[in-house]
Write a protein that binds this ligand. Sequence first.
Ligand SMILES: *[C@@H]1O[C@H](CO)[C@@H](O)[C@H](O)[C@H]1NC(C)=O
Ligand SMILES: *[C@@H]1O[C@H](CO)[C@@H](O)[C@H](O)[C@H]1NC(C)=O
Ligand SMILES: *[C@@H]1O[C@H](CO)[C@@H](O)[C@H](O)[C@H]1NC(C)=O
Ligand SMILES: *[C@@H]1O[C@H](CO)[C@@H](O)[C@H](O)[C@H]1NC(C)=O
Ligand SMILES: *[C@@H]1O[C@H](CO)[C@@H](O)[C@H](O)[C@H]1NC(C)=O
Ligand SMILES: *[C@@H]1O[C@H](CO)[C@@H](O)[C@H](O)[C@H]1NC(C)=O
Ligand SMILES: *[C@@H]1O[C@H](CO)[C@@H](O)[C@H](O)[C@H]1NC(C)=O
Ligand SMILES: *[C@@H]1O[C@H](CO)[C@@H](O)[C@H](O)[C@H]1NC(C)=O
Ligand SMILES: *[C@@H]1O[C@H](CO)[C@@H](O)[C@H](O)[C@H]1NC(C)=O
Ligand SMILES: *[C@@H]1O[C@H](CO)[C@@H](O)[C@H](O)[C@H]1NC(C)=O
Length: 861
Amino acid sequence: MRTSFLFSTSFIFYALVSGSLFSEFISPNFTASYHRFIDNKGAFLFSRNGTFKVAVFNPGGKTNFYLCVIHVASGTIIWSANRDAPISSSCKMELTVQGISIAGQDANLKWATPPLRSSVHALLLTEMGNLVLLDRFNGSLWESFHYPTDTIVIGQHLPEGAILSSAVSDDDLSTGDYQLAITDSDAILQWQGQAYWKLSMDIRAYKNSNYIVEYMAINRTGLFLFGHSGSAVVIQISLSPSDFRTAQLGASGRFMIRRFSGSDREQEFLGPINDCQIPLICGKIGLCMDNKSNRTTCSCPQGFHRVSQNSSGCMPNGRSLPRACDSTSQLNPSALSYSRLGYDMDYFSIDFSEPVRYGVNLSVCQEFCTSDCSCLGIFYANSSGSCYALENDLGSIISSAADDDDDLWGYIKVIVGAASDINNTYSDQTQQFPVIALVLLPFTGLLLMVALGFLWWRRWKASNREIKLGHASSLSSGDLDAFHIPGLPQRFDYEGIEVATDNFKTQIGSGGFGAVYKGTMPDKSVVAVKKITNLGVQGKKDFCTEIAVIGSIHHVNLVKLRGFCAQGRHRLLVYEYMNRGSLDKALFDSGLVLEWQERFEIALGTARGLAYLHTGCEQKIIHCDVKPENILLHDQFQAKISDFGLSKLLSPEQSCLFTTMRGTRGYLAPEWLTNSAISEKTDIYSFGMVLLEIVSGRKNCSTRSQCHSVDNRNSGGGHSTSSSRSGVVYFPLLALEMHEQGRYMELADPRLEGRVSSEEVEKLVRIALCCVHEEPSLRPNMVSIVGMLEGCIPLGQPKVGSLNFLRFYGRRFAEASMIEQENGQSDFTLFPQANDSTTSTTSDSRICLSYISSQQISGPR
Ligand SMILES: *[C@@H]1O[C@H](CO)[C@@H](O)[C@H](O)[C@H]1NC(C)=O
Ligand SMILES: *[C@@H]1O[C@H](CO)[C@@H](O)[C@H](O)[C@H]1NC(C)=O
Ligand SMILES: *[C@@H]1O[C@H](CO)[C@@H](O)[C@H](O)[C@H]1NC(C)=O
Ligand SMILES: *[C@@H]1O[C@H](CO)[C@@H](O)[C@H](O)[C@H]1NC(C)=O
Ligand SMILES: *[C@@H]1O[C@H](CO)[C@@H](O)[C@H](O)[C@H]1NC(C)=O
Ligand SMILES: *[C@@H]1O[C@H](CO)[C@@H](O)[C@H](O)[C@H]1NC(C)=O
Ligand SMILES: *[C@@H]1O[C@H](CO)[C@@H](O)[C@H](O)[C@H]1NC(C)=O
Ligand SMILES: *[C@@H]1O[C@H](CO)[C@@H](O)[C@H](O)[C@H]1NC(C)=O
Ligand SMILES: *[C@@H]1O[C@H](CO)[C@@H](O)[C@H](O)[C@H]1NC(C)=O
Ligand SMILES: *[C@@H]1O[C@H](CO)[C@@H](O)[C@H](O)[C@H]1NC(C)=O
């Protein structure tokens, strides 16, 4: 009470002294210095509600003063004018009709607003924190929001091509080395032109569309990259609602979003999470070791030493380092050499950059670097022959000891003293050869010795490599096809996953590929781990190529792949955990009834997810296994499709087995039976079948549920002879019949007791029938289906001619069910084909719609 009283009285006093009232405006011919407003901590302008203030301020109580916009409650500096030209406490900022200027000692101009198109009438601080110079008509002449420093706030747009630059430290606001750049598809953190983090690759980011990014913004509920004139979200991070938050590129190089309530601040988002991914975390060529539970530690790679006690960077022993494209790089190539870094080294930019050369050998890679003055080092992936250049400046090296199969070799370009220098290029191993040769040379003929030495060296090197290979193969069963694929999601080691799942204790499901377990990661996030057992051992590289594709697909309605493990014979996929289980449980299990609105949301979400798979990704992805078991539910009944992209992991032989496994459901399109091409229209058929189940709340081909209600209807209507026989209903046929009679409401789940929207029931049924047209080309595509569900595209009219096959299916279904009931036998054949002999050998034949032999299906490839 007392302090706030003092504060306000002193403020009013100064407001009066300075001739202006407590206002969001200041008129020209105004000057301010820290001293002049010292009792107000340098502040002289407040936004209307006092949320923000403008002050000549010295962060951390240091002697550097800046003209800042400050969030009052939290004390956060959201903008500074003269970040690279600080002034002292007595120096002034001045507002004139020409704009704002800041003068240092001796009236040196330190900073000024650019020339303006007309004279300034007022300076305004808006309630959002935007400092605006206004003309006579209250038009904006200049805005601080257009010149962001390291922070944006709610209401501010960071357009494509713009950057945020970190400050050097919290006290020193001058421009630091790290940048956040908005590109046409992403937000990227970079250092010296080398990327080290991408928003789209963060676990919490969702990709919503493929529009060109126009700007980044934060609002009360998240961070967004917008495209399509601001009407479409391209990438988003959802955050809990907050009235004030900032997105800042911190001095440490981490991009963080923080929210403030009162004076409490809470960090909501941080990227990158892994400290070793920050370019200068350990100084130049410092070696960063991620100690898992412990904090990261810094050291120097072997053959390098600390630059000085105080700084963490490292220097090669007995060598000097060239700098990018200055005089030291004009050296004769023979004066340049390469110091090899130890094994299992990685570099922050490699995951984010393309190799400068593909499929080359190490010498070609080094020659590239030698001839390019901006190249200061290389990383070379032996198995793929990818050559990555470290350009402009060198950052820290990452020790990736946990990664057993990265075969990246790192080399730092160094300047050698003399050509005869024996500490030459290729690693520790080579050092011993010349030493021995030097000892022996005087005693024998030069050529002979060199030849013998060379042979010995080759053998020695080979045996050495065998030792390494032998060691590695115990981990990875011989397939040391190590490689590096950009875009690969996080790689986990098997031991870590064992710990996370408590030795695969809690099984939460099982699918065509293997069992799914619940796990908790060290960061306390809950995951679902799919242990793939039905693949056999697949080449690690093929596996990872597919994983990179799956991992790069982000959409709100697709379950996100967090990472994977490919170690030895183990193949595991780590997904985000969906706390509400799968749609089949929510829909078919007794207990709580899914309300209609939730069902509609689920239908729409699923449609959006499939539309993204079919059209939103670089390569079209056909799911091949759309069914309620693969539609998972998250908070608020948000639907997320799982298991997409997995069919590509299968070899052709396996895919037959696989489709047979999948054939046990009622979602397979007729073309699976007829050898026709499998296309995205196959997914649409399955989606239609799922829609019908969403409407009815029962399996399309269940033999038991709700027979009575159907019987009643049939005895009254007398029309639907084929759909019901001894209580057996093939629901898609019933749907067709009810559609023909316009009696949609009778299809809705009776458990809802009429709590449905009749319009939406009709909509879902009609869309579903369009989806299950026998002729694939008559089925609408997924994008139109989303449009129909959303109501912006007129509903399609189901074509009865292409739906008559349902009558046939329905009859077979009823007959088969009767045989089953009479014989008490669970095996029955629904649709014997011409080549029936093949079908009778399949063991799992309790098939609802189709009975599929491996010969009949070649699989979607
Ligand atoms: C500001 O000062 C200039 C000259 O010092 C004067 O011409 C001008 O009228 C003043 N403007 C205002 C708004 O007081
Ligand atoms: C200022 O505060 C009042 C009362 O809290 C609120 O109604 C008004 O919307 C605020 N003004 C702005 C510009 O935020
Ligand atoms: C400019 O805005 C202020 C405050 O909103 C208002 O008082 C003034 O009349 C406006 N001037 C013009 C020319 O619109
Ligand atoms: C934030 O922006 C997103 C994307 O435009 C929008 O969906 C959301 O409703 C906005 N949140 C608020 C609170 O305005
Ligand atoms: C952490 O790093 C230090 C130094 O490299 C090492 O000695 C120690 O064993 C590591 N601890 C763990 C738990 O890995
Ligand atoms: C580092 O790890 C060791 C052993 O795991 C533990 O005892 C120590 O407390 C950890 N130190 C920190 C700073 O976490
Ligand atoms: C290193 O730090 C010590 C004290 O921490 C200081 O006296 C010394 O000047 C520093 N050396 C360099 C090169 O910065
Ligand atoms: C060669 O390297 C060793 C350590 O790796 C170093 O001690 C020695 O000084 C180097 N020799 C020359 C000539 O640079
Ligand atoms: C590397 O490749 C180049 C060109 O492909 C070839 O001329 C050279 O002999 C190769 N070097 C080695 C060591 O294999
Ligand atoms: C490097 O790759 C080549 C060709 O892929 C292979 O023959 C060689 O064994 C690899 N070397 C090592 C050390 O892995």
